[in-house]
Design a protein around this ligand. Sequence first.
Ligand code: G3P
Length: 216
Amino acid sequence: MQIFLDTADVKDIRELAALGVVDGVTTNPSLVAKEGRPFKDIAAEILQIVDGPISLEVVSTDAPGMMAEARELAKLHKNVVVKIPLIAEGLKAVKQLSAEGIRTNVTLCFSAAQALLAAKAGAGYISPFVGRLDDISHMGMDLVRQIVAIYKNYGYPTRVLAASLRTPIHFVEAALAGAHVCTLPPAVLRQLLKHPLTDIGLERFLADWKKVPKTG
Ligand code: G3P
């Protein structure tokens, strides 16, 4: 399973990419807005730090506008994946972009039916939003399971990118469900590493090591 970072914070990306387990990055307009810097500057830095799929989102809501934005974004770097919202105009754009060889990540997916349509349109990735479904008392992870099963039934090559993940449990459940990718906020990736028994165990090993005689 691949791990992407879900952030536009280049400081976090730089620090966590150094772990060697980050395969890509996803951004969205809200994450970019938090940084208070121009989008193009942020995108250029992310593309320089991580050599893997980098999702950059369009903000047009009509297919021609989305396609024009997508073509510009795709010119930035070979690793750019264009994030397109799962609306009717978005599907039209995905179909055309896929024919042009521009990779897409279809975002704001909240149902298996939407995911099936995105795959038919030629989406490179589908992004089911787990946490936002949990927020409204739906089992967000059920959606990931359904999409994985449906894509498998028909052999769609679209990759399932579990998004809006907020906890380490989300990460493990998405992996068990067979998601191809989990995109994680930096804080969640940091949480994955931590276990109190690891810290206590290491402390004991190091304390005991001091008791080992240095010479025979
Ligand atoms: O990848 C989509 C993600 O950024 C949405 O997360 O926590 O805003 O629902 P959240």
